[in-house]
Design a binder for this molecule. Structure first.
Ligand code: GAP
Length: 441
């Protein structure tokens, strides 16, 4: 299955649109349509619940996208958040050097490498370091003294607020702070739809532990994070861990693991789990001159905690969900998005069989019963088969038909998206029946 099929379905059904399409599109930015925002919200709410509700010692935060520029100096992003950029002088194609060659090359060796686009050799420039942060100016005058950066990760907002949060919530190590928010990176090569974009959302959790407890905590979080993907209904055979080798480790990390998914374009990272040690807090302490240490009352001692970070891309997670859900049901000549019912953008469609004999009125009554519990839509256009197939493609797990018998005995049929089996159910039982089916999925 190709990524193009998903891109096309996403546009057709209102999941994801290219940004500013009427102007020819805007590179590597995407907009989320009605079904897309619903799916994305459902995924992020699961993550938020997992972190801040199911863990008593993890609290939430929402920090600004713009922060004091010193934050990025201290974090190392101004100095080290670079990608090596290579241009082809012949066809003007642009690459990240690590896409063309892994490992180290000496001066002039780039001349021996072939351009994958035009096939010529000897036309690639030496790699130049390119900082990935977007710059802007704060205030009316554009000068170097008021440069600010759009955050390239949400993590730093947590670090600079961690002591305020710890004090306010009376937290004791180990504890965590979770945040969902936009991040921006001026990616050199942005491709594969919403996989690598210049504006994206991160779901990050920073877990503060005693130095020495970090290796054990890393193990715990690896196990917890991979388990989370069960809730999204993702096939576990399409998930694996990848450990970062010394050449891949970010400037702040002692140990790092990626959770990878088998996308239509190959195995790629969805989420990173990093042991950031006390790197960030130590840097902020040094740069700001403010103590970043935690006071241990029992030992009457102060220390800088180590940080285990779990950092997932919401858009990538959604692309994994979309790729995994896509099912070409050839036998029945239909496309089905087999989302887990708990994250489907729409839970049920209510369809009166015909537009007369009191069926639309009863259909509306069923809508009113279901609305407080689920996202439901009403559809009376076209044949019942066509209506169902439309919803199969949108990933709606339940179809409810109101027919002539419904008016007589207040029962409806409940159709299952995957099996297409229909059961007759009393209207009073619908909410329970849907909830039970969602739990059992
Ligand atoms: N705070 C650590 C951090 O930002 P990262 O590995 O650079 O680590 C974490 O990014 C996650 O953010 C990635 O696993 C990916 O899911 C997502 N991400 C990073 N860059 C992205 C981009 N350009 N487009 C979409 N998602 C991206």
């Amino acid at each position: 299955m190709s990524i193009e099929k998903i891109v096309s379905l996403c546009k057709r059904r209102g999941f994801i649109f290219q940004s500013s399409e009427i102007y020819g599109g805007f590179g590597a930015i995407y907009d989320y349509g009605p079904l897309g925002i619903s799916l994305k919200n459902n995924i992020s709410q699961l993550w938020w619940k997992e972190m801040t509700q199911l863990h008593e010692n993890i609290v939430g935060l929402d920090s600004g996208i713009l922060m004091h520029p010193k934050v990025w100096e201290a974090s190392g992003h101004i100095g080290a958040f670079n990608d090596p950029l290579v241009d082809c002088k012949e066809c003007k194609a642009r690459y990240r050097a690590d896409e063309l060659f892994e490992g180290e090359l000496g001066d002039g060796d780039w001349m021996k490498i072939q351009c994958p686009k035009c096939g010529t050799t000897g036309n690639l420039t030496e790699p130049r370091q390119f900082n990935l942060m977007f710059k802007t100016h704060v205030g009316p005058i554009e000068e170097d003294s008021n440069i600010a950066y759009l955050r390239p990760e949400t993590a730093q907002g947590i670090y600079v607020n961690y002591l305020l949060t710890q004090n306010a919530m009376r937290l004791k190590v180990p504890f965590g702070i979770a945040q969902i928010g936009k991040a921006f990176r001026n990616e050199i090569v942005a491709r594969n739809f919403i996989f690598r974009t210049r504006e994206f959302e991160q779901m990050e959790m920073q877990y503060f532990v005693k130095p020495g407890d970090d290796d054990e905590s890393m193990k715990d979080w690896k196990a917890k994070r991979i388990k989370f993907y069960d809730q999204l209904g993702i096939d576990s055979k399409k998930l694996r861990f990848h450990e970062h080798g010394p050449n891949e480790l970010a400037h702040y990390a002692k140990e790092a693991w990626d959770i990878e998914f088998e996308f239509p374009f190959g195995w790629s990272e969805i989420e990173g789990i990093h042991n950031r040690t006390d790197y960030d807090l130590a840097r902020h302490q040094e740069s700001s001159g403010k103590k970043m240490e935690i006071f241990d009352q029992q030992k009457n001692d102060r220390f800088l905690p180590f940080i285990i970070e779990t950092s997932a891309g919401l858009n990538r997670m959604m692309l994994a969900v979309l790729s995994d859900a896509y099912w070409n049901d050839e036998e029945n000549n239909r496309i089905v998005m087999k989302f887990h019912p708990k994250i489907s953008p729409i839970t049920a469609v209510v369809c009166p069989l015909v537009k007369k004999d009191g069926l639309p009125e009863l259909g509306r009554e069923v809508m009113d019963i279901l609305k407080p519990h689920f996202k439901v839509i009403y559809d009376q256009q076209g044949s019942i088969g066509k209506r169902y197939y439309r919803q199969d493609e949108a990933g709606t797990p339940y179809g409810i038909t109101v027919d002539h018998q419904s008016v007589e005995d207040r029962t409806v049929t409940l159709r299952d998206r995957d099996t297409q089996v229909q059961k007759r159910i009393s209207i009073d039982n619908l909410v329970n029946a849907i909830n039970d089916s969602m739990e059992a999925y």
